[in-house]
Design a protein around this ligand. Sequence first.
Ligand code: GRF
Length: 224
Amino acid sequence: MGKVTPLKLAVLVSGGGSNLQAIIDACKASDYPAEIVLVFSNQPDAGGLERARRAGIRAEAISHKGFEGGREAYDSTVSGLIEHSGADLVVLAGYLRLVSESFVTRWQGRLINIHPSLLPSFKGLHVHQAALDAGVKYSGCTVHYVVPEVDSGPIIAQAVVPVLPGDDAGALAQRILKQEHRLYPQVIRWIAEGRVSTNDAGIVTVADAAAPDFAQINPVLEPH
Ligand code: GRF
């Protein structure tokens, strides 16, 4: 049997790119069914670009600041770059820029994002502080398909962490980020393996995913 053709990824970043790094590392395994063909940033000094170049991956940046023609024109240029790269799936990994409706429509069903909360709770920015302020006992991260409404598309998978006494936003962010680095490469694998499907109601299922049958209580109940 021949080797399965890897799914081609375009990864869009604006910052340090630790999620990008997790995907780069996952792609190094010989049995990982995806490869990165393009890393793009709207920030020419994004750390993620350097991570890509170090790994020998094509890295491009176009600053959105002062770009002629506004968001639509910018996004259409980005779409063109992605198309030219041959990517099958567009992966937003800390891409801190709202994408236009036409960009979403162009890539819908092939455009995913990771968000550091358990959606639909805590959409938008400053999510860790919002979770702490709400007093939730668990938070986590969500990988979802992107739709025009921000942080609202079909949920593919989530990872959950406890909120611990004394947490500040930074501590919670770090605990969640560790799980992001596990979750994102896992979801990309599932998509590459053709196991992810969405029904008409926007509910995603992953074929043959192990379903845990346990529940956890936080704080842990003391025996009495
Ligand atoms: C992550 O927390 C991600 O969930 C959010 O932006 C952050 C990006 O971090 N969308 P990094 O650039 O991958 O380190």
